[in-house]
Design a protein. Structure first.
Length: 267
Protein backbone atom coordinates (compact mmCIF):
# COMPACT_ATOMS: atom_id res chain seq x y z
CA UNK A 1 0.00 0.00 0.00
CA UNK A 2 1.54 3.30 -1.04
CA UNK A 3 0.71 6.39 0.95
CA UNK A 4 -0.15 9.25 -1.45
CA UNK A 5 2.28 12.18 -1.23
CA UNK A 6 -0.55 14.65 -0.86
CA UNK A 7 -1.97 12.78 2.13
CA UNK A 8 -0.78 14.73 5.16
CA UNK A 9 -0.72 13.45 8.73
CA UNK A 10 -3.27 15.77 10.37
CA UNK A 11 -2.52 14.92 14.01
CA UNK A 12 1.11 15.54 15.00
CA UNK A 13 2.63 16.91 18.22
CA UNK A 14 5.85 18.89 18.17
CA UNK A 15 7.97 20.02 21.12
CA UNK A 16 5.45 22.87 21.52
CA UNK A 17 3.41 20.20 23.34
CA UNK A 18 4.73 19.22 26.79
CA UNK A 19 4.52 15.52 25.90
CA UNK A 20 6.63 15.64 22.71
CA UNK A 21 10.33 16.26 22.11
CA UNK A 22 10.24 16.38 18.32
CA UNK A 23 11.37 19.73 17.03
CA UNK A 24 9.69 21.44 14.11
CA UNK A 25 12.89 21.02 12.14
CA UNK A 26 12.91 17.25 12.74
CA UNK A 27 9.30 17.05 11.59
CA UNK A 28 10.07 19.09 8.48
CA UNK A 29 13.08 16.94 7.59
CA UNK A 30 11.10 13.75 8.14
CA UNK A 31 8.28 14.99 5.91
CA UNK A 32 10.80 15.99 3.24
CA UNK A 33 12.23 12.46 3.28
CA UNK A 34 8.70 11.09 2.84
CA UNK A 35 8.18 13.43 -0.13
CA UNK A 36 5.43 15.46 1.55
CA UNK A 37 4.53 18.99 0.45
CA UNK A 38 3.45 20.10 3.95
CA UNK A 39 3.38 19.28 7.63
CA UNK A 40 0.68 20.11 10.17
CA UNK A 41 1.32 20.58 13.87
CA UNK A 42 -1.58 20.02 16.25
CA UNK A 43 -0.14 20.85 19.66
CA UNK A 44 -2.19 20.82 22.85
CA UNK A 45 -4.39 23.54 24.27
CA UNK A 46 -5.66 22.31 27.61
CA UNK A 47 -7.11 24.41 30.42
CA UNK A 48 -6.75 22.80 33.85
CA UNK A 49 -5.08 19.76 32.32
CA UNK A 50 -5.52 16.89 34.76
CA UNK A 51 -2.52 15.02 33.40
CA UNK A 52 0.00 17.86 33.72
CA UNK A 53 -1.87 19.48 36.64
CA UNK A 54 -1.72 22.90 34.97
CA UNK A 55 -2.89 24.82 31.90
CA UNK A 56 -1.16 23.68 28.73
CA UNK A 57 -0.48 26.44 26.21
CA UNK A 58 1.53 26.80 23.02
CA UNK A 59 4.33 29.39 22.91
CA UNK A 60 3.13 30.99 19.67
CA UNK A 61 5.84 33.65 19.66
CA UNK A 62 8.63 31.07 19.51
CA UNK A 63 6.57 28.88 17.19
CA UNK A 64 6.09 31.64 14.61
CA UNK A 65 9.72 32.71 14.82
CA UNK A 66 10.87 29.15 14.25
CA UNK A 67 8.43 28.57 11.38
CA UNK A 68 9.66 31.71 9.60
CA UNK A 69 13.24 30.57 9.93
CA UNK A 70 12.46 27.04 8.69
CA UNK A 71 10.54 28.35 5.68
CA UNK A 72 13.72 30.10 4.53
CA UNK A 73 15.68 26.87 4.71
CA UNK A 74 13.31 24.13 3.60
CA UNK A 75 10.81 23.77 0.72
CA UNK A 76 8.03 22.79 3.08
CA UNK A 77 4.69 24.30 3.96
CA UNK A 78 4.05 24.35 7.70
CA UNK A 79 0.38 24.35 8.67
CA UNK A 80 -0.68 25.58 12.04
CA UNK A 81 -3.17 23.36 13.78
CA UNK A 82 -4.18 22.81 17.36
CA UNK A 83 -5.69 20.03 19.46
CA UNK A 84 -8.23 21.53 21.82
CA UNK A 85 -9.02 19.58 24.97
CA UNK A 86 -12.68 20.43 25.63
CA UNK A 87 -14.03 21.35 29.03
CA UNK A 88 -17.54 22.74 29.32
CA UNK A 89 -16.47 24.94 32.27
CA UNK A 90 -13.79 26.53 30.05
CA UNK A 91 -15.89 26.73 26.91
CA UNK A 92 -15.97 30.54 26.72
CA UNK A 93 -12.25 30.86 27.40
CA UNK A 94 -11.47 28.24 24.73
CA UNK A 95 -13.71 29.97 22.19
CA UNK A 96 -12.11 33.32 22.90
CA UNK A 97 -8.63 31.82 22.52
CA UNK A 98 -9.54 30.25 19.17
CA UNK A 99 -11.26 33.39 17.89
CA UNK A 100 -8.14 35.47 18.52
CA UNK A 101 -5.86 33.36 16.36
CA UNK A 102 -5.72 31.99 12.84
CA UNK A 103 -5.39 28.28 12.29
CA UNK A 104 -5.26 25.89 9.37
CA UNK A 105 -7.08 23.19 11.27
CA UNK A 106 -8.65 22.68 14.71
CA UNK A 107 -8.98 19.23 16.32
CA UNK A 108 -11.48 18.71 19.11
CA UNK A 109 -10.76 16.20 21.88
CA UNK A 110 -12.00 15.21 25.33
CA UNK A 111 -9.08 14.28 27.61
CA UNK A 112 -10.59 14.69 31.08
CA UNK A 113 -13.94 15.21 32.79
CA UNK A 114 -12.85 18.01 35.11
CA UNK A 115 -11.83 15.56 37.83
CA UNK A 116 -9.67 12.87 36.28
CA UNK A 117 -7.69 12.48 33.09
CA UNK A 118 -9.10 9.60 31.04
CA UNK A 119 -5.60 8.08 30.96
CA UNK A 120 -5.36 7.91 34.77
CA UNK A 121 -5.71 4.53 36.43
CA UNK A 122 -8.12 5.97 38.99
CA UNK A 123 -10.54 6.81 36.19
CA UNK A 124 -10.79 3.12 35.36
CA UNK A 125 -11.70 1.87 38.82
CA UNK A 126 -15.38 1.61 37.91
CA UNK A 127 -16.73 -1.11 35.58
CA UNK A 128 -15.85 -0.52 31.95
CA UNK A 129 -19.46 0.01 30.87
CA UNK A 130 -19.95 2.92 33.23
CA UNK A 131 -16.64 4.41 32.22
CA UNK A 132 -17.25 4.10 28.48
CA UNK A 133 -20.69 5.71 28.71
CA UNK A 134 -19.40 8.50 30.93
CA UNK A 135 -16.54 9.17 28.52
CA UNK A 136 -18.76 9.20 25.43
CA UNK A 137 -21.11 11.63 27.17
CA UNK A 138 -18.16 14.02 27.57
CA UNK A 139 -17.45 13.68 23.85
CA UNK A 140 -21.11 14.31 23.01
CA UNK A 141 -21.00 17.47 25.10
CA UNK A 142 -17.84 18.63 23.32
CA UNK A 143 -19.13 17.95 19.81
CA UNK A 144 -22.47 19.57 20.65
CA UNK A 145 -21.33 22.64 22.60
CA UNK A 146 -18.38 23.61 20.41
CA UNK A 147 -18.73 24.98 16.89
CA UNK A 148 -15.29 26.35 16.10
CA UNK A 149 -13.50 23.12 15.15
CA UNK A 150 -12.95 20.93 12.10
CA UNK A 151 -12.08 17.39 13.18
CA UNK A 152 -13.26 15.19 16.05
CA UNK A 153 -10.08 13.46 17.23
CA UNK A 154 -9.72 9.88 18.54
CA UNK A 155 -13.44 9.37 19.23
CA UNK A 156 -12.97 6.34 21.52
CA UNK A 157 -9.73 7.64 23.08
CA UNK A 158 -10.57 6.23 26.52
CA UNK A 159 -10.16 2.66 25.26
CA UNK A 160 -6.40 3.27 25.05
CA UNK A 161 -6.20 3.28 28.81
CA UNK A 162 -8.82 0.89 30.17
CA UNK A 163 -7.49 -1.65 32.64
CA UNK A 164 -9.76 -4.33 31.15
CA UNK A 165 -9.92 -5.19 27.45
CA UNK A 166 -12.84 -3.52 25.69
CA UNK A 167 -14.93 -5.82 23.49
CA UNK A 168 -17.17 -4.88 20.61
CA UNK A 169 -20.22 -5.59 22.79
CA UNK A 170 -19.04 -2.93 25.26
CA UNK A 171 -19.01 -0.42 22.41
CA UNK A 172 -22.37 -1.67 21.10
CA UNK A 173 -23.87 -1.02 24.55
CA UNK A 174 -23.05 2.69 24.01
CA UNK A 175 -24.97 2.83 20.73
CA UNK A 176 -27.45 5.59 21.75
CA UNK A 177 -24.76 8.08 22.77
CA UNK A 178 -22.59 7.13 19.79
CA UNK A 179 -25.59 7.70 17.54
CA UNK A 180 -25.96 11.24 18.96
CA UNK A 181 -22.24 12.00 18.50
CA UNK A 182 -22.08 10.72 14.93
CA UNK A 183 -25.32 12.48 13.95
CA UNK A 184 -23.94 15.74 15.35
CA UNK A 185 -20.67 15.34 13.44
CA UNK A 186 -22.62 14.82 10.21
CA UNK A 187 -25.17 17.59 10.82
CA UNK A 188 -22.49 20.09 11.80
CA UNK A 189 -20.42 19.07 8.74
CA UNK A 190 -17.41 18.15 10.85
CA UNK A 191 -14.83 15.48 10.10
CA UNK A 192 -14.23 12.19 11.91
CA UNK A 193 -10.60 11.34 12.57
CA UNK A 194 -9.05 7.92 12.06
CA UNK A 195 -6.37 8.00 14.73
CA UNK A 196 -3.77 5.29 14.12
CA UNK A 197 -2.20 5.37 17.60
CA UNK A 198 -4.99 3.05 18.72
CA UNK A 199 -3.50 0.29 16.59
CA UNK A 200 -0.46 0.22 18.90
CA UNK A 201 -2.47 0.63 22.13
CA UNK A 202 -5.80 -1.15 22.37
CA UNK A 203 -5.31 -2.86 18.99
CA UNK A 204 -7.61 -0.98 16.64
CA UNK A 205 -7.50 2.35 14.87
CA UNK A 206 -9.72 4.89 16.67
CA UNK A 207 -12.65 4.76 16.31
CA UNK A 208 -13.51 1.06 16.62
CA UNK A 209 -14.70 -0.46 13.28
CA UNK A 210 -18.21 -0.73 14.79
CA UNK A 211 -18.28 3.06 15.22
CA UNK A 212 -16.88 3.70 11.73
CA UNK A 213 -19.57 1.41 10.26
CA UNK A 214 -22.24 3.30 12.20
CA UNK A 215 -20.90 6.60 10.88
CA UNK A 216 -20.93 5.39 7.28
CA UNK A 217 -24.43 3.89 7.67
CA UNK A 218 -25.68 7.23 8.97
CA UNK A 219 -24.31 8.88 5.83
CA UNK A 220 -20.94 10.06 7.19
CA UNK A 221 -18.19 10.28 4.58
CA UNK A 222 -15.87 13.00 5.88
CA UNK A 223 -12.74 11.53 7.46
CA UNK A 224 -9.20 12.62 8.29
CA UNK A 225 -6.19 10.44 9.13
CA UNK A 226 -3.80 11.30 11.96
CA UNK A 227 -1.08 9.36 13.75
CA UNK A 228 -1.14 11.40 16.98
CA UNK A 229 2.66 11.15 16.78
CA UNK A 230 4.52 12.44 19.82
CA UNK A 231 7.88 11.54 18.30
CA UNK A 232 9.00 12.11 14.76
CA UNK A 233 9.38 8.41 13.82
CA UNK A 234 5.69 7.82 14.53
CA UNK A 235 4.45 10.26 11.89
CA UNK A 236 2.19 8.34 9.45
CA UNK A 237 2.51 5.10 11.42
CA UNK A 238 -0.42 2.81 10.62
CA UNK A 239 -1.53 4.90 7.62
CA UNK A 240 -1.58 1.87 5.28
CA UNK A 241 -3.95 0.09 7.71
CA UNK A 242 -6.11 3.22 8.00
CA UNK A 243 -6.41 3.50 4.21
CA UNK A 244 -7.31 -0.18 4.01
CA UNK A 245 -9.96 0.30 6.70
CA UNK A 246 -11.45 3.23 4.79
CA UNK A 247 -11.46 1.29 1.52
CA UNK A 248 -13.34 -1.53 3.28
CA UNK A 249 -16.21 0.87 4.00
CA UNK A 250 -16.13 2.41 0.53
CA UNK A 251 -14.35 5.66 1.41
CA UNK A 252 -11.65 6.71 -1.06
CA UNK A 253 -11.13 10.35 -0.11
CA UNK A 254 -10.01 12.13 3.03
CA UNK A 255 -10.62 15.73 4.05
CA UNK A 256 -7.62 17.98 4.66
CA UNK A 257 -7.55 21.58 5.75
CA UNK A 258 -5.60 24.65 4.79
CA UNK A 259 -6.63 27.97 6.34
CA UNK A 260 -9.67 26.10 7.74
CA UNK A 261 -10.85 25.42 4.16
CA UNK A 262 -11.50 21.72 3.48
CA UNK A 263 -10.29 19.96 0.34
CA UNK A 264 -10.31 16.30 -0.68
CA UNK A 265 -7.35 13.98 -1.22
CA UNK A 266 -7.81 10.64 -2.99
CA UNK A 267 -6.56 7.55 -1.22
ZN1 LIG B 1 -5.59 13.74 22.20
ZN1 LIG C 1 -2.97 14.35 20.15
Amino acid sequence: MTIPNFLIDQHVHSSYSPDSNSTLEELVRYALALGKPAIVTTDHLEYDCKYFKQDVHIDWKSYHREVEELLLRYPMEIRKGIEVGFRSDYKDVINEYLAQREFDVILLSAHNDGYLDFSEKAYHDLPIQQRLKHYFMQVREAVDQMDNYDIVAHLDYVTRYTTYPVDEEDIVACKPVLYDILKLIIEKEKVLELNTTGLYRQGWIHPHPYILDMYVNLGGRAVSIGSDAHQVGDVEQGFAEAIEMLHSVGIREVVQFKGRAPYLVSI
